[in-house]
Ligand binder design. Structure first.
Ligand SMILES: O[C@H]1NC=Nc2ccccc21
Length: 240
């Protein structure tokens, strides 16, 4: 997979070259290009934004600059264009799974009050364009959202995770939140590891873990429980 990011703060994307993702890039499992939008400005002030038509607070990013940048970055290769915005569809694990199958993702990081809508409209005429949000809060720009989405997608690529099973078993894959996890020592600050986890009884351990996952999901994310298909919960599960 190739990932390109266009932004006025390229430095914000530096963490993508650290740790797991950095190793995936070095291993050639993913290619990453980060591009400074201002490279496609032609004025001395390198202006990327302007006042909104119709008035209102803040500034809107200019379509010409974005058009030149995206034309240059996209070239002729097909890609999915992703525009992070608080007004977007929710980015979920399902989105990450879907995008993990893409050959190429190009992220356009908006700042201020977003990007002139014609940029999305123009590119949507020739490629898939997703306006997505990572949550119901307002960030200053799309860069942090890109860090989140790139990590969620790249970890799903074959060879990136040491233990591919965990991609299936982490939260949201079975529709429930993960329950509590423990490691040595068995007693720490007067708190003990639940006995069942040291019993060696794998059926009891699996039941205990599912019960804790259901309990936590019911307490913290009842919406996820409501979204589960009927067959996903057995009779014992329904106690929660
Ligand atoms: O992903 C969004 N969630 C919240 N705020 C944002 C601000 C700019 C771009 C994208 C987002």
């Amino acid at each position: 997979m190739r990932i390109d990011v266009v932004t006025i703060f390229p430095g914000y994307l530096a963490p993508l070259r650290e740790a797991l993702l950095g190793r995936a890039i070095e291993a050639g499992l993913v290619e990453l290009g980060v591009h400074d939008l201002r490279d496609w400005t032609h004025d001395v002030h390198q202006a990327v934004d302007d006042s909104p038509y119709g008035g209102g607070p803040g500034m809107v990013m200019r379509p010409q600059v974005w058009g030149e940048a995206l034309d240059a970055v996209l070239g002729d290769a097909p890609a999915r264009l992703v525009v992070p915005t608080p007004a977007g569809r929710p980015f979920t694990q399902a989105t990450a799974q879907a995008w993990a199958g893409e050959e190429r993702l190009v992220f356009a990081c908006g700042r201020y009050e977003g990007i002139d809508q014609r940029v999305v409209d123009a590119y949507a005429q020739r490629m898939p364009v997703d306006e997505v949000s990572i949550g119901d809060y307002v960030l200053v720009g799309g860069e942090v959202a890109v860090l989140v989405m790139v990590e969620a997608v790249v970890r799903l690529l074959p060879g990136v995770l040491g233990n591919p099973v965990s991609a299936q078993e982490d939260s949201f894959s079975d529709g429930l939140l993960e329950g509590p996890a423990y490691t040595r020592p068995v007693s720490w600050r007067g708190l003990d590891v639940p006995d069942v986890l040291r019993s060696g009884n794998h059926a009891a351990i699996a039941r205990w873990r599912r019960d804790r996952a259901l309990e936590r999901t019911a307490a913290r994310r009842p919406d996820l429980l409501d979204a589960l298909p009927d067959h996903a919960l057995d009779r014992t599960d329904r106690a929660f």
